[in-house]
Design a protein around this ligand. Structure first.
Ligand code: MD6
Ligand code: FE
Length: 222
């Protein structure tokens, strides 16, 4: 290989310096690379969920079609339509219960939460977001869950994205963090309700996932 340019796969591996915890705010920790060792099992599990509950672009109450495609697994899934935002136990696309949360996903969420100081996290919902280049998520609060004492565990796979972490008011200037393949953000306690969003995804080609970013957010919703 001497004298050759590294290929993309080599670069992604070279830039990874092992799992590392970064405390970004009270109750919020960025666990760099935490999910990396399980990347293949996670992607296989996500594929199985998506077979039964395909990604779809939902329409917000304001009538906008979201650029991020979504699906869910677990006892509850997040849905939005002209009627509003809510958690539902059944997939409105087919009237069936959401697919069960795969064990590898549930266990990862539990161990990440424990690492960040939230033992006993038992999520009942996992929202799966798919970003393709150009997709973004505007600043929002996650407040449709019933239990704000539980944290949210967020897993990023595929292309990197810039995450905006704001304050309790929409006008608070957000800080920016890059979320890369395998990073896990755990977020609860005093910052559970802060505004946050994702900037427009830049194009790229991830060695495992190609031109997309997948994000899993685990919540105690019901
Ligand atoms: C995303 N994440 O990263 C969207 N919400 O694609 C979220 O909206 C989010 O990552 C609450 C806590 C962590 C998150
Ligand atoms: Fe959110």
């Amino acid at each position: 290989m001497q004298g050759k340019q590294p290929v993309a796969a080599d670069l992604f591996d070279t830039l990874f310096d092992g799992p590392r915890r970064e405390d970004i705010a009270p109750g919020a920790a960025l666990l760099h690379g935490f999910a990396r060792s399980q990347q293949h099992e996670l992607i296989t599990a996500i594929d199985a969920v998506v077979q039964r509950a395909p990604f779809r672009h939902m329409v917000t109450p304001g009538g906008h079609t979201m650029s991020v495609a979504m699906t869910s697994c677990g006892r509850a899934g997040w849905v939005t339509d002209r009627g509003g935002y809510r958690y539902a136990t059944h997939d409105p696309a087919n009237g069936q219960p959401w697919p069960e949360m795969p064990g590898v996903l549930r266990d990862l969420a539990h161990s990440a939460a424990t690492d960040a100081g939230f033992p006993n996290f038992a999520p009942d919902a996992c929202l799966i977001n798919r970003y393709t280049p150009g997709a973004k998520m505007a600043l929002h609060q996650d407040k449709d869950e019933r239990d704000f004492t539980a944290p949210i565990v967020s897993v990023s796979l595929g292309l990197p994205a810039i995450f905006q972490f704001g304050g309790m008011s929409r006008s608070d200037k957000p800080r920016r963090y890059e979320l890369r393949h395998g990073d896990v953000l755990v977020w609860g306690g005093p910052t559970r309700l802060v505004y946050h969003g994702v900037l427009t995804l830049k194009d790229g080609d991830h060695p495992l996932l190609g031109r997309q970013r997948l994000n899993l957010t685990f919540r105690k919703a019901l």
